[in-house]
Design a protein around this ligand. Structure first.
Ligand code: ZN
Length: 56
C-alpha cells in the first residue's frame, strides 16, 4: 500500500491537522527505516500521514 507522507516541522504542539483542520489529535503508526523505527501520525479525519522526524 502506498501513501503520501507529509513532513511537518514540530512547533509547540502537534494536535491540529494542517490538511483538514481536525483538532483532536492523531493516530500513531510505526514504520521501519533501516535500523530505526519512525513514529508517524495519521489524521483520523482525512487519513493524511505526517512525519515529525520522531523515532522510537
Ligand atoms: Zn486531517
Amino acid at each position: 500500500m502506498s501513501y503520501e507522507v507529509i513532513s511537518v516541522e514540530m512547533e509547540q504542539e502537534f494536535k491540529d491537522c494542517p490538511v483538514c483542520g481536525y483538532t483532536d489529535g492523531f493516530h500513531s503508526m510505526f514504520k521501519k527505516d533501516g535500523q530505526e523505527t519512525k513514529w508517524m501520525f495519521i489524521c483520523p479525519s482525512c487519513h493524511s500521514v505526517f512525519d515529525l522526524g520522531l523515532k522510537v
